[in-house]
Design a protein around this ligand. Structure first.
Ligand code: 4AD
Ligand code: MG
Length: 446
């Protein structure tokens, strides 16, 4: 191959596919991998992908000569190469541009790339996740994921939030002891963080409005399309906030995310066959429902045989219940004022009905719960009682109780799962495709 490769012309700008529109009529260099190719006779089309897009490169034997033409033809799927020539605007071409090739250099010829255009089973694809992420849909998903995370942070930044990172090795549980990953921390037990919340509460008392964003871990035995054992969560925490303010923050932030994804990920949504209007349809005020009203409604729908579920009032919502809510409202809904028994120890009780927690979940169509949050119990004695009731080791929460001893104030916050949010927005139903390298109960590789 080397014989057919030509030296890169040093005088040409090296650009990326996404920037082609700014170089129409100019000669440029593109670098990337072969996504696909076709052609016949004296005309060959190379589809080059460079991570920012895919462009058709037109190779004419008469223009480039036999050696270069043969080099182009001999490229295999995922071979890496650089190519140069003139950028031409062309309505019919993918992305509206093509490159009229003058020469190319092969970096490496790939032999037997395992993921071919034919259908593969998802197990096979997940085993080859390190390569699968090169495919069009998967790369689009990763770009949308990036945009979702950026947009969340931008919105919070504009509202004066400060990102405060929470530790991953933690001495105690935040979200119940049944899903803790224990690790040996120099001879004593430590747990991988289930949530940064307790630390964000400390940070909120220092900085007012804060959030953490990082990986969180749950030893979930669930094999559903919504559960990962390692997922990314963004957790805002707000001093002096009540339930309304926590809800407004979640809604404001996520609606900003929807607009940003539609504005900036047009091509990615197209690759994912997602209609932007469907996404924008959720950019309207979200209904705020109380748990007991929802429970009544669900029971009525079961009786009418609208759907089937084992739900009875007092239970947490299951997948069928979340699904039917999504169908009914067609947009995310808040479910607030939950029975305290199904919620975490730190949640404040409703002063008007202490059997209820001032908790909120956001249930999104198809994806289910994307946000969970609450107002936090701010009274030391009450919180201590809860810690005991939940059989949590009191001594490892002394630092947390300090927050209620030194200038305790009403406060609240929420956590939003990045993968569930991406899954919801893109319509890709399984969260394992919404994280670069998924970790589930059955999967630790690649
Ligand atoms: O409802 P969760 O458990 O809430 C908390 O962890 C709170 N401490 C957050 C807070 O108030 N700061 O989790 C929050 C969100 C869920 O709504 C969901 O989006 C996501 O985290 N999540 C998961 N995502 C993927 N796989 C799992 N196993 C998940 N568990 C929760
Ligand atoms: Mg939850």
């Amino acid at each position: 191959m080397a014989a057919a490769s030509q030296d890169l012309p040093a005088d040409l700008p090296v650009i990326r596919v996404r920037d082609l529109s700014r170089h129409v009529g100019e000669r440029v260099v593109l670098r990337g991998w072969l996504w696909n190719q076709r052609g016949k006779g004296r005309l060959w089309f190379l589809l080059l992908r460079d991570g920012s897009g895919i462009v058709q490169c037109v190779v004419k034997r008469d223009a480039v000569g036999d050696d270069c033409f043969e080099a182009a033809r001999s490229l295999t799927q995922e071979s890496s190469f650089s190519v140069w020539g003139e950028v031409r605007a062309d309505e019919r071409a993918r992305g509206g541009h093509e490159l009229v090739v003058e020469g190319l250099t092969v970096h490496q010829r790939a032999e037997g790339y395992p993921i071919t255009p034919k259908e593969h089973g998802v197990g096979f694809l997940l085993d080859h996740r390190h390569l699968w992420i090169r495919s069009r849909r998967q790369a689009a998903l990763l770009r949308v994921r990036h945009r979702v995370a950026m947009a969340m942070r931008e919105w919070l930044d504009a509202q004066g939030f400060v990102c405060v990172d929470a530790p991953i090795f933690t001495p105690n549980a935040c979200e119940g002891t049944s899903t803790l990953f224990e690790v040996d921390y120099f001879g004593r037990p430590a747990y991988l963080s289930q949530s940064g919340q307790l630390y964000e509460e400390a940070a909120a008392m220092a900085l007012g409005r804060v959030y953490s964003f990082g990986p969180t871990f749950r030893a979930e035995k669930s094999k559903t399309r919504r559960h990962l054992t390692e997922f990314w969560m963004l957790e805002p925490e707000i001093a002096f906030a009540d339930l309304d303010e926590v809800c407004a923050t979640a809604e404001g932030m996520v609606r900003h995310v929807l607009r940003e994804v539609v504005d900036r990920c047009e091509a990615d949504l197209a690759d994912l066959e997602r209609d932007p209007d469907d996404v924008l349809a959720w950019d309207r005020p979200w209904p705020r429902l109380r748990y007991h009203d929802v429970a009544r409604q669900l029971v009525a729908w079961q009786e009418e045989e609208r759907y089937q579920s084992e739900f009875t009032p007092g239970d947490d919502l299951g997948a069928p219940d979340e699904t039917v809510l999504g169908e009914e409202y067609g947009c995310p809904v808040f479910v607030t004022h939950w029975p305290a028994e199904v919620k975490a120890f730190y949640m404040k009780r409703d002063p008007e009905d202490p059997s209820l927690a001032l908790a909120l979940d956001v249930i999104a169509p198809v994806a289910g719960e994307i946000v969970g949050g609450s107002v936090r119990e701010e009274d030391e004695a009450e919180l201590r009682r809860r810690i005991r009731e939940h059989d949590l080791p009191e001594e490892s929460f002394e630092w947390y109780l300090d927050l209620r001893r030194f200038g305790s104030v009403p406060h609240g916050g929420f956590g939003i799962g990045l993968e569930r949010t991406v899954s919801w927005i893109t319509g890709v139903e399984h969260v394992r495709e919404c994280i670069p390298f998924p970790r589930t109960i059955q999967r630790l590789t690649p």
